[in-house]
Write a protein that binds this ligand. Structure first.
Ligand code: UDX
Length: 459
């Protein structure tokens, strides 16, 4: 099928590249010329395991193109994905101006014929109808004849439906998640649009590119637009709340002398609970959870409902970022003049993303308390993207990080942190203290290496 993806951020680029890889002809549109140039040369502008390889293969097969020309993309695609950002505004609402601009742009270039316009961006609930109106605005700006917008579109032979198709991919495993989804959610008021979308996803639904092709087909949830939009928010809010829940339990464990790692294991084995997203630590960050939970609280508020549970999940998460500082104070007493080393900067492993990363909070708080902060991160240290960070010295290897530190805080659970030369690192430090902010390291191994080990909820 012919597909156009507008916006080449994490979601857009991964979706476009993966759909091209499964056999569709995809044109990705972005208004950032530099970025388009990079992608045309076969390189991925983001760090995402497996993405470059997929991009290269699909491009060489002639099924993946990049352009800044929206008109070219719109006229090519039977299915047009809107995948631009909806960043949070200071109020917690989503900033939908990029979606609006794209929807209007699509409308302006629609010609005679039928198209499906897909909302892939995480938009506020109710945006399906809103996008439809904006697209119609774009259509009618070109051709005003005094009738209603729908009448004008009809006269022009322009026909389209809006579909909500939320994504559930995680940064760092976005390609894997696209080919191995737990479900595909499609929301529209017109079965014709849903049928085309199901056709588009057939190779994925039939698990042609899945790790385990013998599994039954991927479940598809066909629903109305608002329910599809809500599924995305509800899923993210639930997962974020699940993490805040175990973090709250961890804080109680700390006080009563229980080990949250054991508690989490014992709880998670109940199949109704499940072990995933039950790891206590210094809290959730990234581009999705903070934004989506706040947006959900905001929407509920707009409709006269006080979403207390979600507000509490946000509060617990805020407080959780304070916990590493409290533990450092407990170990080192005065932090002024001390040097603290952070293992990891990104909000989670296998990504170069630092949006709303707990590390940024820690740096700010430690600076405020007069401590010197150093950091090592496998990606940030390599790529130099940490140069723009203030208040932290980014070191090039873990041993240089440890040198002269009074404590280390493990902030991101990068796999390679489990096998560093901790013995040597302990010798290079003033005080060999390790605050394991993700309960990720082997306590005994650290203790043998000479560290005083402090986890979260497992004192
Ligand atoms: C999330 C959702 O998982 C995904 O479905 C959605 O589409 C976008 O938001 P992502 O933000 O990439 O994906 O990261 P995820 O792996 O979900 O982790 C989010 C945060 O929670 C990270 O900061 C991570 O460190 C933290 N986390 C996760 C925990 O603290 N404990 C856990 O048990 C799991």
């Amino acid at each position: 099928m012919r597909v156009c993806v507008i916006g080449t951020g994490y979601v857009g680029l991964v979706t476009g590249a993966c759909l091209a890889y499964t056999g569709h002809h995809v044109i990705c549109v972005d208004n950032n010329e530099e970025k388009v140039k990079v992608m045309k040369s076969g390189r991925s502008p983001i760090y995402e395991p497996g993405l470059s390889e997929i991009m290269q293969e699909a491009s060489e097969a002639g099924r993946l193109e990049f352009t800044t020309d929206l008109e070219y993309g719109v006229s090519h695609g039977e299915i047009l994905f809107i995948a631009v950002g909806t960043p949070p505004l200071p109020t917690g609402e989503s900033d939908t101006r990029y979606v609006e601009a794209v929807a209007r742009g699509i409308g302006a270039h629609l010609q005679k014929g039928y198209k499906v316009i897909v909302n892939k961006s995480t938009v506020p609930i109710g945006s399906g109808d809103w996008v439809r109106m904006i697209v119609l605005d774009g259509v009618t700006e070109r051709h005003q004849n005094g009738g209603t917008k729908d009448e004008t579109a009809k006269q022009l032979g322009v026909e389209f439906d809006v579909v909500s198709n939320p994504e559930f991919l995680r940064e760092g495993s976005a390609v894997y998640d696209t080919f191995n989804p737990d479900r595909i959610v499609l929301g529209s008021n017109n079965p014709r649009a849903l049928k085309l979308m199901e056709e588009l996803y057939q190779p994925i639904i039939q698990r042609k590119f899945a790790e385990d092709a013998s599994l039954p087909p991927v479940p598809v949830v066909l629903t109305d637009i608002s329910s599809a939009e809500m599924i995305k928010y509800a899923a993210n809010a639930f997962l974020a709340t699940k993490i805040s829940f175990i973090n709250e339990i961890a804080n109680v464990c700390d006080r009563v002398g229980a080990d949250v790692v054991q508690v989490s294991k014992g709880m998670g084995l109940d199949s109704r609970i499940g072990t995933k997203f039950l790891q206590a630590g210094i809290g959730w960050g990234g581009s999705c959870f903070p934004k989506d939970v706040s947006a959900m609280v905001h929407t509920a508020d707009d409709y006269g409902y006080d979403a207390q549970l979600l507000k509490a999940a946000i509060e617990v998460n805020k407080r959780q970022r304070q916990i590493a500082i409290e533990k450092l104070q407990h170990e080192l007493k005065i932090l002024k003049g001390k040097t603290v080393g952070l293992l990891g900067l990104t909000f989670k492993p296998d990504t170069d993303d630092m949006r709303d990363a707990p590390a940024l909070n820690l740096i700010e708080q430690l600076n405020r308390l007069g401590a010197k902060v150093k950091a090592y991160d496998p990606i940030v240290s390599q790529t130099g993207i940490g140069q723009g960070l203030s208040g932290v010295l980014v070191e090039t290897d873990p041993e240089r990080l440890a040198d002269g530190c009074d404590a280390l805080v493990l902030v991101t659970d990068w796999k390679q942190f489990q096998s560093l030369n901790y013995e040597k690192m302990a010798q290079l430090m003033n005080h060999a203290v390790m605050i394991d902010g993700r309960n990720f390291l082997d306590r005994e191994m650290l203790q043998k290496a000479g560290f005083r080990y402090v986890g979260i909820g497992r004192s």
